[in-house]
Write a protein that binds this ligand. Structure first.
Ligand code: UTP
Length: 300
């Protein structure tokens, strides 16, 4: 089966990043480094690897630096090359070469659903669907968007991504209410489920499943009309989950792929530190020394 490719990947990056204040007074959360590379560059690489041709970054008026990270940097590259620092020049060039980047502006942070709606002007309805990647959610290893594309090729509609979370931790998440699904030759495929609904942060005993929403979406372009028809929900914001719930109520097929892998949340300092340390431990230059230092520090 050939997966239906998607052309556009939307990366909403217009939020206030309040959990990272005071840093986010001036530094966009999406540019915080994971070792030496901004989180949004890791997510851009994932989108490119999944076949996206354009990255649509949703930015706000004060966050121009996010798109600037992907701009041409030939002057800096030439300076580095002239100093014999070719490896550094290649690192600098990577973001610009990964994927074509275009920005759309969200003037006010009116919610994730509203941010995604701002991308409408840059997506041709003939594209059929588009991906959304939340830049503060690292889904590891990358590749889940390819599986999601395969599911859309077979089932049509909208495809979401979930993690199977221990029930005692589930009340921190948006949780899917799912039915069983056959996929390809596999009846009741364990990792592809039809979505009946979603519940935000349920008590563990009331959770309809242990499948928690992750920051990867393959949305049918029908979602734009649904966003136009929803009203502000939790926190006075336009929620993408409300737009998806509206589509489900109208019979639009929505499936979820349960990703069996790791995840890092770069959106708050506590879990960001874990991501940073995890990536640093794997880094050939910094890993070995960090491991030694950490072991000694923990033995203190
Ligand atoms: P978050 O809720 O994690 O980000 O939204 P935030 O609002 O910036 O952070 P806090 O909660 O204040 O600390 C997930 C993603 O959606 C984007 C954010 O930039 C983030 O990448 N977003 C959120 C928008 O683009 N616009 C919005 O109105 C809300």
């Amino acid at each position: 089966m050939t997966a239906t490719p998607f052309r556009s990947a939307v990366v909403p990056a217009a939020g206030l990043g309040t959990r990272f204040l005071p840093t986010t007074k001036t530094v966009p959360k999406e540019l915080l480094p994971v070792v030496d590379t901004p989180g949004i560059e890791l997510v851009a690489a994932e989108a490119a690897q999944a076949g996206a041709e354009q990255l649509l970054i949703v930015t706000s008026p004060g966050k121009d630096a996010v798109a600037a990270h992907f701009a041409d940097s030939s002057e800096l590259e030439a300076t580095l090359a002239a100093r014999g620092k070719d490896a550094l020049a290649a690192k600098v060039r990577r973001a610009h070469e990964l994927i074509a980047v275009r920005t759309v502006t969200q003037d006010e942070p009116l919610g994730l659903g509203h941010a995604i709606g701002c991308a409408r002007e840059a997506i041709d309805p003939a594209e059929g669907c588009f991906a959304v990647l939340l830049p503060d959610d690292l889904v590891l290893p990358s590749g889940v968007l390819n599986t999601m594309s395969q599911v859309r090729a077979e089932k049509g509609g909208t495809v979401l991504c979930a993690f199977d979370i221990p029930r005692e931790e589930i009340s921190a998440y948006g949780v899917f209410d799912v039915g069983s699904t056959s996929f390809g030759d596999v009846a009741d495929a364990p990792d592809v489920k039809q979505v009946r609904g979603m519940v935000e942060k349920p008590a563990a005993a009331d959770a309809p499943s242990t499948f928690a929403a992750a920051g990867r979406y393959l949305l049918d372009v029908a979602v734009f009309d649904a966003i136009d028809r929803i009203t502000p929900g939790a926190g006075g914001e336009l929620q993408i989950t409300d737009a998806i719930a509206l589509l489900i109520s109208e019979g639009h097929p929505v499936h979820v792929v349960v990703h069996r892998g790791g995840r890092h949340d770069l959106g708050n300092p506590g879990s960001y530190v874990r991501a940073f340390v995890d990536f640093a431990l794997e880094h050939p230059d910094y890993g070995p020394e960090l491991r030694t230092w950490l072991a000694a520090r923990l033995a203190d």
